[in-house]
Design a protein around this ligand. Structure first.
Ligand SMILES: *Cc1c(COP(=O)(O)O)cnc(C)c1O
Length: 354
């Protein structure tokens, strides 16, 4: 446990919670009473404070709006049946946040500000954690460059904030996926492994085009040959082929190392499957489909946990899946949710008590 930090807390006079119920909330639209804000100036983090959720006052010249030094994280907090609050694997998000920061030439955020700030904020707003099944409190830490200067250079000043948003249930119907061959998400040497805002901005056109063609998301392929499979939209992807679960490996730096991806790998092994992190091509996938070995395809991420894929289209080749009869992805989702909601024993130490 990190030493209690000097965080100045200003509480709201009246909670907004009295005016709303935490049921069936759309993702990311409502925010709790408080937020955390800190400033990086003269080489150090200062003014760490928790205060009422409020607008930021920014100069139009704010560097992040022009040059995109901006990163974020997505984490969830849950309440168990006794009303105890816990956050799922936040330390992994903390580490990834600073990996993103380094790649984007931004200062790292010290552990005591990220972890203890997060804990104090969630503790203060813990009445906002919905207790209904499939509901949670989504936590959004983020950092952006804040110099009011439009010269192209790394900023001297940055802002770090944490917002909390009650959400759920996050239901996603089985998805139809279009294998993307024109646009790319990430290439070796690029920023694909970092959770930076630009990755999302750059993905929207391909996704919109896929939607117009009747698909929900794209499956990204590598930038050189459009052959190696990367991720599905903003989620990691898993393929169950025979008795083996495969997810694309991380070594090229083109894939975001999802915390859910890592958790799913652990749970799959516990279920007795062979797992592999390896390169996999669309040709190998089609061959596995043609031979009847390709059993399940699903995406993983904090927002939806597991999203089943019922159709995959590559050029004129369409793969259909009978998701109603799947065994593995629904079981992984059930096991993970049971751990997160405190209904199954947390044997991996994944829950961070608030
Ligand atoms: C955030 C993200 C994921 C999922 O990561 P989790 O830690 O599981 O939420 C996967 N791919 C991309 C591109 C992402 O930004």
């Amino acid at each position: 446990m990190v030493a209690a930090l000097d965080i100045n807390i200003t509480k709201v006079e009246t909670s907004k919670l009295t005016e709303m119920t935490l049921e069936n909330l759309p993702f990311g639209r409502y925010f709790t009473d408080h937020m955390l804000e800190a400033d990086f100036e003269n080489g150090e983090w200062k003014n760490v404070e928790i205060k009422p959720y409020q607008p930021l006052l920014l100069e139009p010249s704010t560097a992040a709006l022009h040059y995109g030094q901006a990163i974020f994280e997505g984490i969830k907090a849950y309440k168990d049946a006794e009303g105890n609050a816990a956050i799922f694997r936040p330390y992994d998000n903390f580490k990834r946040f600073n990996i993103s920061a380094e790649r984007m030439n931004m200062p790292v955020v010290p552990e005591e500000i990220f972890m203890e700030g997060l804990r104090m904020l969630v503790e203060l707003d813990k009445n906002w954690i919905p207790s209904m099944p499939d509901h949670s409190l989504y936590i959004r830490p983020f950092m952006f460059s804040s110099d009011p200067v439009i010269g192209v250079k790394p900023s001297d000043t940055y802002k770090f904030l944490i917002l909390l948003s009650p959400t759920g249930p996050y239901y996603t119907a089985p998805m139809k996926i279009y294998v993307e061959e024109k646009y790319t998400r990430a290439s070796p040497g690029g920023v694909g492994f970092s959770k930076n805002a630009g990755n999302y901005g750059a993905s929207m056109l391909a996704t919109s085009n896929a939607k117009k063609a009747g698909y929900d998301q794209v499956l990204w392929t590598d930038a050189f040959e459009h052959k190696y499979l990367q991720e599905v939209g903003t989620m990691n992807v898993f393929f169950v082929i025979g008795n083996k679960a495969i997810t694309p490996s991380l070594e090229d730096g083109t894939i975001l190392a999802g915390v859910t991806r890592d958790s799913v790998l652990v749970v799959l092994k516990e279920m007795g499957l062979e797992v592999a992190e390896t390169k996999i091509t669309i040709d190998e996938l089609m061959a596995a489909h043609a031979s009847g070995e390709l059993k399940e395809v699903f995406g993983t991420g904090t927002a939806a946990t597991i999203s089943l894929i019922k159709e995959l289209r590559y050029k004129e080749y369409v793969m259909h899946f009978d998701t109603d009869n799947w065994k593995i992805a629904p079981e992984v989702k059930k096991r993970l949710n049971a751990i997160r909601e405190g209904k199954a024993e947390d044997t991996h130490g994944w829950l961070y008590k608030v």
